[in-house]
Ligand binder design. Structure first.
Ligand code: AMP
Ligand code: MG
Length: 337
């Protein structure tokens, strides 16, 4: 069986110009570090300690939420053999939010798909196409009914394992945003590899301009101009492999255990909360454009840029004034509310 090299890349980009046009006094404190499987950068207009605290907070959360660290709470839950595992309030909040989003997205977001993600090789970059029986067997351990949240803990059915990779970076960005805001920071940009979160506006008062990556090349598909927002992209190209000309990507459709093929090449979700946008970008990638439009019609807490495999670009109505497409995407359709 042929094995192709993984294709990895960041999906949304903080445009470099956004951070360089200020005077010496307005220079941000910048901290870069590797966490949650991603290279992260925070640019904070505040004290150096504010920037340093970003790294401390993300690393602390990673210790709680990591699926591979044998000391994490998620690891403990995954290895509890059907017994209850007590969770810290932070881990509990992330899991219960994922459960709520699973209901809201009709099961498209499902943190119990982890054993299937692993079987396809996406966790260790050792890709292969599993046989149907293996997928069927693994599917008997997935689904919301295999997970019970107790007053302060979690019980997973034996054989069920969870992974918060679909929402962890967004959750970390929300917690960092709350901490920075509490410490008086009014301008900052967090670039958590595909998850961008901005606090306030730029120091000169103008909004932040965030680039939306073209899933078919290295250029931008457009830019979105925001303040106090989260901009999160999920794309099949971020981690994928090809066998016999067929591309398999790392987001699994929980309804059949196969990589989602909804017609979406990438989706960028814009909203107030990083965790919400992170959950929705993963889910919409699975749901496809029609179900995503239905979801948007009964929601008022997010906007989205959807780029389809056939090259069409769709935006939700709320982006009409703040999304500017690149020349190669001049034909933009608007999803009506
Ligand atoms: P994201 O990059 O936020 O879209 O999250 C994708 C990651 O979440 C994958 O690499 C898997 O670890 C995990 N995942 C894949 N499919 C799903 C799904 N349907 N629901 C929840 N998590 C998923
Ligand atoms: Mg996500």
């Amino acid at each position: 069986m042929k094995k192709a090299a993984p294709i990895l890349s960041a999906a949304v980009m903080a445009l470099s110009g956004t951070l360089c046009s200020c005077s010496e006094a307005e220079k941000p404190h910048t901290v870069s570090f590797f966490a949650m499987d991603t290279y992260m950068t925070a640019s904070v207009y505040g004290n150096k300690s504010d920037a340093d605290n970003v790294r401390e907070t993300v690393l602390r959360l990673e210790k709680l939420l990591s699926v591979t660290d044998s000391k994490s709470e998620i690891y403990a839950a995954n290895h509890a053999m059907g017994r209850e595992t007590l969770l810290s309030p932070e881990t509990y909040e992330a899991v219960s939010f994922a459960e709520k989003m699973s209901v809201r997205t009709g099961g498209a977001l499902d943190i119990t798909v982890y054993p299937i993600v692993r079987e396809w090789g996406f966790t260790a970059d050792e890709y292969h196409v599993p046989d149907e029986d293996t997928i069927s067997e693994l599917m008997t351990h997935t689904g919301r009914d295999k997970l019970t949240l107790t007053d302060s803990g979690i019980i997973l059915a034996e054989g069920t394992e969870i992974d918060l990779g679909s929402i962890g970076k967004g959750y970390a960005a929300d917690i960092v945003t709350a901490e920075l805001t509490a410490s008086g920071v009014t301008s900052a940009m967090l670039d958590f590899g595909g998850n961008i979160q901005v606090i306030g506006s730029k120091p000169d008062g103008s909004p932040w301009k965030i680039g939306v990556r073209d899933p078919f090349g290295d250029e931008l598909a457009g830019t979105v101009t925001v303040t106090d927002s989260s901009v999160v992209t999920s794309g099949g190209y971020e981690r994928c492999f090809e066998v016999d000309g067929h591309r398999y990507s790392h987001i699994i459709d929980p309804s059949d255990g196969y990589p989602a093929e909804s017609g979406i090449a990438s989706v960028t979700v814009i909203g107030d909360s990083g965790m919400l946008c992170d959950a929705l970008s993963t889910a919409i990638y699975v749901m496809g454009p029609e179900r995503a439009s239905e979801l948007r019609r009964c929601s008022d807490d997010f906007e989205a840029v959807i780029i389809l495999n056939d090259g069409r670009l769709l935006i939700t109505e709320g982006l009409e004034d703040i999304f500017v497409p690149s020349d190669n995407y001049s034909d933009v359709s608007v999803i009506p509310e």
